[in-house]
Design a protein. Structure first.
Length: 79
């Protein structure tokens, strides 16, 4: 799923920029809506795309409403 590339934006900025690239589907509004939630819930030490992707999917309903709406409007639907 595309949205969970958002994980890349919530790891340290330097790490994300040096190690991983955000997919184009992660819009500035999506990042603004979700970054804090994803950091709080899903980013541990040495986050990987796969780990954060699984976490966001598992904790979708713990994300803030604004983030949920952004993800849903981008087509993220499924669990």
């Amino acid at each position: 799923m595309f949205v969970l590339g958002l994980a890349l934006s919530v790891s340290s900025v330097a790490y994300a920029e040096d190690q991983l690239k955000l997919p184009p589907e992660v819009t500035p509004s999506m990042r603004a809506a979700c970054e804090g939630d994803v950091r709080r819930l899903c980013v541990g030490e040495k986050p990987t795309f796969a780990k954060v992707k699984r976490c966001v999917a598992a904790k979708f309903y713990q994300l803030g409403k604004r983030c949920q709406i952004e993800l849903a409007s981008a087509g993220f639907s499924g669990f």
